[in-house]
Design a binder for this molecule. Structure first.
Ligand SMILES: [Zn+2]
Length: 262
């Protein structure tokens, strides 16, 4: 059967003599592996479209029996050039691809999630804050994978914390926890007020409509730590790209502002 779908390359593995197997993430058929013959040879017409996190229009043949498609042709729709020259954005882009590959189950498709991933790359390419984009995408992927955290009420007792009330994060409890419930949770971490306000906003927000948000460094660090602990607790994701991302983030790490309390 011949397929023609828009997709984003989320994995690329060398195979045999000059060939590649790319994993596309698509809205119509979810994740699909496609063999690209001769992709690694010089002057391959497919060289540009088989690079990681490339958005393209792919035509491939896939039999019912075999899980692997064979590429016929492909057209580049967006190579996200704003990402490729930027070390930090590239590290985030690779992390997004690996996280999507790991969290989306085989055979499950979602046009919405595809649009969210594409929008995440567009936002990175346009120079939006990668930490904010990452938090939004992590929340979307967790939701799709079936383990969305509770972010606006206590995951334990259901109470909505009052503004400026102290609240914590507990991956084992399932997200936000009030101070009283946090006492029983060994994995509690205090959340700065900015992170408490922002988590439900980022969870609801559509990545296609991301504006220019300015988030304090301490808030970003708390969001990153909270979501990382959460993903580690609920999904078995040992991501190769995360180590690279951490090394680069250590170089770029913004110091806390002198009067920053949150
Ligand atoms: Zn509670």
């Amino acid at each position: 059967m011949l397929y023609r779908v828009e997709g984003i390359v989320i994995r690329s593995v060398a195979y045999g003599e000059g060939n590649l197997i790319v994993t596309l993430f698509t809205g119509e058929v979810g994740k699909v592996g496609v063999m690209v013959r001769g992709a690694k040879k010089a002057r391959s017409r497919h060289a540009a479209v088989t690079q990681l996190y490339t958005y393209g229009d792919f035509v491939f043949y896939k039999s019912q029996a075999s899980g692997l498609g064979t590429l016929n042709s492909a057209e580049l729709l967006d190579g996200f050039s704003g990402i490729r020259g930027d070390l930090r954005a590239s590290a985030y882009a690779a992390y997004f691809a690996e996280l999507t590959d790991r969290l989306v189950p085989d055979g499950e498709a979602s046009q919405f999630l595809f649009e969210q991933l594409k929008a995440a790359y567009e936002a990175l390419s346009a120079g939006k804050d990668p930490a904010v984009v990452a938090a939004m995408l992590e929340l979307k992927l967790a939701q799709f994978a079936g383990f969305a955290p509770l972010t606006s009420e206590c995951a334990e007792c259901g109470r909505v914390p009052q503004p400026e009330e102290k609240a914590y994060w507990s991956a084992s409890a399932g997200g936000l926890v009030c101070a009283r419930c946090a006492a029983d949770r060994a994995d509690r971490m205090p959340l700065p007020p900015g992170a408490i306000r922002l988590l439900p906003v980022l969870q609801r927000a559509d990545l296609r409509r991301i504006g220019d948000v300015s988030v304090k460094p301490a808030t970003k660090r708390a969001l990153k730590e909270a979501l990382r602990r959460y993903l580690d607790a609920h999904a078995d994701v040992r991501l190769k790209t995360r180590a690279v991302l951490d090394q680069i983030e250590a170089v770029y790490d913004e110091p806390a502002e002198p009067n920053e309390t949150s």
